[in-house]
Design a protein around this ligand. Structure first.
Ligand code: ACM
Length: 635
C-alpha cells in the first residue's frame, strides 16, 4: 500500500513536471501583455481557417501560417465559412482600429474551441503568426511531417505591439558577398523575431554590390576581389595578376525582387552607400574620384588602414575627393538609381571612419578649405556630407549616416545612426535630429560573443548579456527622437550563412526584445529560459546559433609570481570544472568556487561548465602563456 501510494506520488510529480514544461510559454520578444488561461487549443487535421478571402495581404499571411504548419503537422487547414465556430483559427482585421496596438500590434485569444487573431493592419496579423508559431511545440519548425506530437496551443490572451518602429538588422554583403537567396533566408529568420528593417551595407573597400547602370565600372571592376581565406585584414597583398574571382552584385532586377520579398514580410530595406571613406571599390572603378592620383584595386582583405590608440590613418587613399565636382556628379547618378530601386524613405550614406591623411596632403582640398572657409578636415567632411544630403533630398529621400557625420557640423536634416556608443545619438537627439541607436558595446554582433580562446577571432567581445542590456533611449534624451535600434553584422570574418547565423543568434534575440518589448518587461533569467527553448526550435529548424552563453568569463590577474584566475558565468546555475594538468575536466574534477592560483608549472587551463550532471559549455583550453599576456596587459 505504502509503495503503491509512493508510486502514484512519483507518477503525479513526473506528469505534472512534464505538462508544466510542455505549457511553458517562451515568446521572444516578450509580448506587452500575456494572460494564461486554463483552456487550451489542440490543432488537428480537422482544424479550419477563417479569414477574409478577398484581402490579398491577409491571404498571404494566412498562407505563411498554413504552409509551414502543413509541412510540420501534415494538416491541410482549409478555409471555412465565416460562421464556423468550432476548431478554427480566425485571422481578422479590426473594423474599428484598436488604439492601443497601432499598426504593428495584434491580439491573440486562445480558447478550447479556437484561436482568434486580430489586428488593425496586415503587419499585425503577420507578427501574430510569428507568435502563434512560438506558442506551438518546437516541432512546428520542422520541414517534414512530425507524427505523434500533440499540437497544443496553450490558453492565452495576448495583447502585443512594438516599443519602437525601427527594429533593424544590418547585413554587410560587401566584405563577404551573400547571394539574393541568402539575403532572403536572412529576412525569413529575422521576421520570426519581429524585426522590420534590413540595412544592407552595399559598398565598401572590398566591393560594390549594387548595379548602377549609368556607371557600369562600379560593378564590372568594383564587385570583384581576390578570393582569400583565413583572418580577414591580415591577408597577403594580392599579386598584380592574381585572378579577381570573388564577389558579385545585385542587378536592378535582383534588388526589385529582394525589395518585394522583404515588403511581403513587412520589412523595409535601407540601402547604404558608404562615402567618402570606405570607398576603395569605387575608386578602383573610377580612380579620378580620388584626391590622390594612382591606380587602385578593390581590397581583398589585406591591411591598408593603420589603427592606433588615438585613431587611424590610411596606407592607401580609400576616400572620395571632397574637392572634386565630378565626385558629386557621380554620387548624383548613384543616388538617382538607388532612390528608384529602394522605396524606403531613408538612404544611408555611411560617413564612418574616413581617413583624412591623404586629404591633408591634397592641394585641391587645401584650396577648397580656403574657398569655403573650412577650418579643419572635420569641416571638410561636413561640407561633403551636406552636399550629399542635398543630392539625396533631391531624389525625394531622407539621409541617415553613422555618427561621424556629427563631426564638423551636422547636415540640416540628417538622421544619425549612433554606433560609437550612444553618445553621438544622444547629442543628435538633443539637436532634434532623428536617431537610430546601434551602440557597438551592445549591438555589434560581428564581435566575439565569448572568450577569444574558443570563439572565431575578432578584435573584441560583446556577450549576450551586453546585448540584453541595450537601452535605445539614453537618460535625459527625448524619446521622440529615437526611432529605434538595430544590431549590425559586419562580415569581414563571416564567410558563409552558417557562420552568419552563429553570430546573429542568440544576440539578435536580445536586441529584438530591447526594441520590441516594454523596458519594464525585460528579465534576464526569464530571457535565458526562453532562449533555451528557442535553441531547441533552432535545432528542429536546423538554424545555427552560438552556445557561447554557457561558457565561462575569465578574469586573470597577477598574484605575486603566480596568476590568479577568476571565473564566472552569464547564465545562473552552472558549475565550472577545471584542470591544470592538460586532461579534460568533467564534473568529478575540481569545481570552481573562488579565484584559483594557477600552479607555477601549468601550461594549460582546461575548463568546462555543467548544469547538474550534464555538460553544457564547450571544452575550453587556454594556455597559461596567453593568460599571462592578459594579466600583463591589465597592469
Ligand atoms: C562602423 O562600424 N564603422 C559604422
Amino acid at each position: 500500500m505504502k509503495s503503491l501510494s509512493l508510486f502514484f506520488i512519483c507518477f503525479w510529480m513526473v506528469t505534472t513536471a512534464v505538462s508544466q514544461s510542455a505549457t511553458e510559454i517562451s515568446i521572444i520578444p516578450q509580448p506587452v501583455s500575456l494572460e494564461k488561461k486554463s483552456a487550451r487549443f489542440v490543432l488537428n487535421n480537422q482544424t479550419k481557417i477563417v479569414s477574409d478571402t478577398r484581402n490579398a495581404d491577409v491571404q498571404r499571411i494566412v498562407r505563411s501560417f498554413t504552409n509551414q504548419a502543413r509541412k510540420a503537422t501534415g494538416f491541410t487547414m482549409a478555409q471555412a465559412a465565416p460562421a464556423t465556430k468550432a476548431n478554427v483559427i480566425s485571422f481578422s482585421l479590426n473594423r474599428s482600429p484598436d488604439k492601443v496596438i497601432g499598426k504593428e500590434g495584434y491580439t491573440i485569444d486562445v480558447t478550447a474551441t479556437g484561436v482568434q487573431v486580430a489586428a488593425n493592419d496586415a503587419a499585425g496579423l503577420f507578427y501574430a503568426v510569428q507568435t502563434l508559431f512560438q506558442l506551438l511545440p518546437k516541432e512546428i519548425e520542422s520541414q517534414t511531417v512530425v507524427k505523434k506530437t500533440n499540437w497544443v496551443i496553450p490558453g492565452v490572451q495576448i495583447t502585443d505591439y512594438p516599443r519602437f518602429a525601427w527594429r533593424g538588422l544590418m547585413f554587410d554583403v560587401v566584405r563577404h558577398f551573400f547571394t539574393k537567396e541568402q539575403v532572403k533566408q536572412y529576412i525569413d529568420e529575422m521576421v520570426k523575431y519581429k524585426y522590420n528593417l534590413l540595412h544592407l551595407h552595399l559598398t565598401d573597400d572590398q566591393g560594390w554590390r549594387v548595379e548602377i547602370k549609368s556607371l557600369p565600372k562600379l560593378t564590372e571592376v568594383g564587385a570583384w576581389r581576390v578570393d582569400k581565406t583565413g583572418t580577414f585584414g591580415t591577408f597577403t597583398p594580392p599579386t598584380e595578376n592574381e585572378p579577381r574571382t570573388y564577389g558579385g552584385f545585385y542587378t536592378h532586377n535582383d534588388i526589385k525582387e529582394l525589395v518585394q520579398y522583404a515588403a511581403d514580410r513587412f520589412v523595409n530595406i535601407l540601402p547604404e552607400v558608404d562615402v567618402p571613406g570606405h570607398s576603395m571599390a569605387a575608386v578602383a572603378a573610377y580612380p579620378e574620384l580620388s584626391c590622390t592620383p594612382g591606380t587602385y584595386r578593390v581590397s581583398s582583405g589585406e591591411k591598408f588602414m593603420q589603427w592606433t590608440d588615438t585613431g587611424f590613418y590610411a596606407l592607401v587613399d580609400n576616400t572620395l575627393c571632397p574637392a572634386n565636382d565630378k565626385v558629386y556628379e557621380v554620387l548624383d547618378k548613384v543616388f538617382t538609381e538607388v532612390a528608384q530601386l529602394f522605396p524606403f524613405e531613408y538612404i544611408h550614406m555611411g560617413g564612418d571612419e574616413c581617413a583624412k591623411n591623404f586629404w591633408e596632403k591634397s592641394e585641391a582640398v587645401k584650396q577648397l578649405m580656403q574657398k569655403e572657409g573650412l577650418k579643419d578636415l572635420h569641416e571638410v567632411q561636413s561640407y561633403f556630407v551636406k552636399k550629399v544630403e542635398k543630392i539625396i533630398e533631391s531624389k525625394g529621400k531622407k539621409m541617415i549616416g553613422w555618427d561621424e557625420i556629427l563631426e564638423g557640423g551636422l547636415a540640416p536634416n540628417a538622421a544619425v545612426m549612433s554606433w560609437r556608443g550612444s553618445k553621438g545619438g544622444a547629442e543628435a537627439a538633443k539637436m532634434q535630429h532623428e536617431v537610430v541607436m546601434s551602440p557597438n558595446n551592445n549591438t555589434y554582433i560581428d564581435l566575439m560573443q565569448g572568450d577569444a580562446a574558443i570563439e572565431p577571432p575578432v578584435y573584441k567581445s560583446v556577450r549576450l548579456k551586453d546585448s540584453y542590456k541595450f537601452e535605445p533611449v539614453p537618460e535625459g534624451v527625448d524619446p521622440r527622437f529615437i526611432k529605434g535600434g538595430q544590431a549590425n553584422l559586419w562580415t569581414e570574418q563571416i564567410y558563409n550563412m552558417r557562420h552568419a547565423q552563429y553570430m546573429t543568434w542568440p544576440r539578435a534575440f536580445a536586441v529584438a526584445e530591447c526594441v520590441w518589448s516594454p523596458a519594464a518587461k525585460k528579465n534576464w533569467n526569464d530571457f535565458i529560459r526562453r532562449v533555451e527553448d528557442h535553441f531547441e526550435r533552432f535545432n528542429v529548424a536546423e538554424i545555427k546559433y552560438a552556445p557561447s552563453m554557457y561558457d565561462p568569463i575569465f578574469d586573470v590577474s597577477k598574484d605575486g609570481d603566480q596568476l590568479k584566475l577568476a571565473m564566472s558565468t552569464e547564465v545562473e546555475g552552472l558549475d565550472i570544472y577545471y584542470s591544470f594538468d592538460n586532461s579534460f575536466p568533467d564534473r568529478f574534477y575540481p569545481k570552481y568556487t573562488q579565484p584559483v592560483k594557477i600552479p607555477i608549472d601549468a601550461q594549460n587551463v582546461k575548463v568546462i561548465t555543467y548544469r547538474g550532471k550534464e555538460p553544457i559549455g564547450r571544452m575550453i583550453t587556454i594556455t597559461v602563456a596567453d593568460l599571462k599576456k592578459r594579466a600583463d596587459k591589465k597592469k
